[in-house]
Design a protein around this ligand. Structure first.
Ligand code: SME
Length: 155
């Protein structure tokens, strides 16, 4: 496994394309889900400089904070609550250009301005969500959705 992550690329798409094989290389030899979530969060966070990058795991009727990079965050989120709980309930990626306009958004940090939440599937079940927050508005679009869905499918 490479010890240093070097991702170059002019565009977001190029950087995701460079990152994808490196994530694959890092997680394919490791069977522990938490360890892999930790490295995926770190690699995404380092590459793009997001405000907060991490996972919430489905534990019973709640999402519970998992591996992440960034400031401390809320530990438990109920199904259907906030952007994360909505992604879990609807089993669908949520792209939020302005978190203040998302009904029920949970503000773990007032500095978070836009957000994407991608469900992590295992067979028929949602077992976690990947949550990424940006300190700027309108950070996430179909490119992020496409590549992040591909990345979580490798977990
Ligand atoms: N904003 C999220 C809560 C998690 S924090 O952003 C890390 C939400 O509305 O679900």
């Amino acid at each position: 496994m490479a010890e240093q992550l070097i991702i170059q690329g002019e565009t977001k798409q190029e950087r995701y394309e460079a990152l994808l094989p490196q994530i694959k290389a890092v997680i394919e030899d490791e069977g522990d889900l938490i360890a892999n979530m930790a490295n995926v969060a770190a690699m995404l966070h380092e590459t793009f400089g997001f405000w907060w990058t991490g996972f919430y795991r489905v534990v019973g009727e709640e999402l519970v904070l998992g591996p992440f990079q960034g400031p401390m965050a809320c530990t438990r989120i109920k199904k259907g609550r906030g952007v994360c709980g909505t992604a879990w309930q609807q089993e669908e990626t949520q792209v939020v250009p302005d978190v203040d306009k998302f009904p029920g958004h949970i503000a773990c940090s007032s500095l978070s301005k836009s957000e994407i939440v991608v469900p992590v599937r295992q067979g028929e079940d949602i077992i976690a969500v990947l949550d990424i927050d940006s300190a700027e508005l309108n950070t996430f679009d179909h490119t992020d959705r496409h590549f992040l869905e591909e990345i979580v499918s490798m977990l």
